[in-house]
Design a protein around this ligand. Structure first.
Ligand code: CP
Length: 332
């Protein structure tokens, strides 16, 4: 981290949060939810500017931060617009100068980029706080906070909870969630992945860490084995097409989800499951529309709850309260 940058100013990884930080964000999110997002209005003389730098497509994260800023009485601006900004053009600003410029105009930056290290570069360049809104296939810490908040709102506590996660082992939200769970370990975590999967070293370490805390950790290869859990957090098993699409800026190439990883209403009804279904969205082929009418389907409620979590994160960071987790002290 550059000199004079206070430790803990940024939220780049779920590991930036300590257990007290996590408890604080969940409590702030609860307060926001209780007032349906009306409880955080800033005094007009303390309005702040949140700058969104989304170099990858986003609906929920980008609009979520815009809505969160507005509900807190702040403002947000689009700070990456390749049609209108000078960044990247032949007579324009290079990336570092663009960030240095925006950081002088705004009070907080949110960045999504396909390159894992870009958010760390931005955090070093910017004297103001930076939030990672998704960096390649590395992390998506605010989505993980949202998922955790949903589970707490819907089930009350984590210690007796069984959680199944069905997704590509490189899913960034899932890795961030594993990092958060070490502060609130569930009773059981089941990872549903393709049999060919080799977990990355960091994911294996996170799973081993949970097991060491007493969580029963299992690996399965069929979504139907997840339907006796309290919560199933599901996403596509294939991120290859998504990554390729990002690089080529085109639409998703076709990918047919393998049947063992496709959740349908028939599978839920056949097993008489009351498992809560979450999904960070957008869905690909993993979550059939037939599920939407079932009481298990809570993924659009998850979107509603997301705005309270993003309000909580902005409220804390704009107040200058540092994160005190391990990564907050190690991003040299
Ligand atoms: N869940 C999520 O990150 O969605 P977006 O890609 O639309 O932001």
């Amino acid at each position: 981290m550059a000199p004079n940058h206070p430790f803990g100013k940024d939220l780049l990884s779920a590991a930036d949060l300590s257990a007290p930080d996590l408890i604080d964000i969940m409590a702030r999110s609860r307060r926001m939810a209780q007032s349906d997002g009306q409880g955080g209005g800033a005094a007009s003389n303390s309005r702040k500017i949140v700058a969104n730098l989304f170099f990858q497509r986003s609906t929920r994260t980008k609009l979520g931060f815009e809505v969160a800023a507005l509900r807190l009485g702040h403002r947000s601006i689009d700070a990456y617009d390749p049609e209108r900004n000078r960044v990247g053009s032949s007579n324009g600003d290079n990336f570092p100068d663009h960030i240095r410029t925006i950081a002088q105009l705004a009070d907080l930056l949110v960045i999504r980029h396909s390159e894992e290290l870009k958010c760390h570069e931005v955090a070093r360049l910017a004297p103001v706080p930076v939030i990672n809104g998704g960096n390649g296939s590395d992390e998506h810490p605010t989505q993980a906070l949202i998922d955790l908040f949903c589970m707490l709102e819907m089930k009350g506590s984590m210690d007796k909870l069984s959680l199944a996660i069905s997704c590509d082992s490189r899913a960034r939200y899932a890795y961030s969630l594993l990092l958060l769970l070490k502060h609130m370990p569930p009773k059981r975590v089941t990872y549903c992945v393709d049999p060919e999967t080799h977990f990355s070293e960091k994911t294996q370490l996170a799973l081993d860490g949970l097991a060491a805390l007493g969580t029963k950790v299992s690996i399965v290869h069929d979504i139907e084995e997840c339907l006796d859990h309290d919560v199933l957090n599901i996403q596509t098993q294939d991120l290859t097409s998504k990554v390729k699409s990002t690089l080529e800026s085109g639409d998703l190439p076709s990918y047919v989800e393998k049947d063992p990883f496709v959740l349908t209403a028939d599978k839920i009804l056949k097993s008489r499951s009351d498992t809560i279904i979450l999904n960070p969205l957008p869905r690909q082929g993993e979550l059939d529309a037939s599920c939407d009418a079932l009481p298990n389907a809570r993924y659009f409620e998850q979107v509603k709850l997301s705005s309270y979590v993003r309000m909580a994160v902005l409220e804390r960071m704009l107040a200058g309260i540092p994160w005190t987790g391990s990564a907050a002290f190690s991003s040299a």
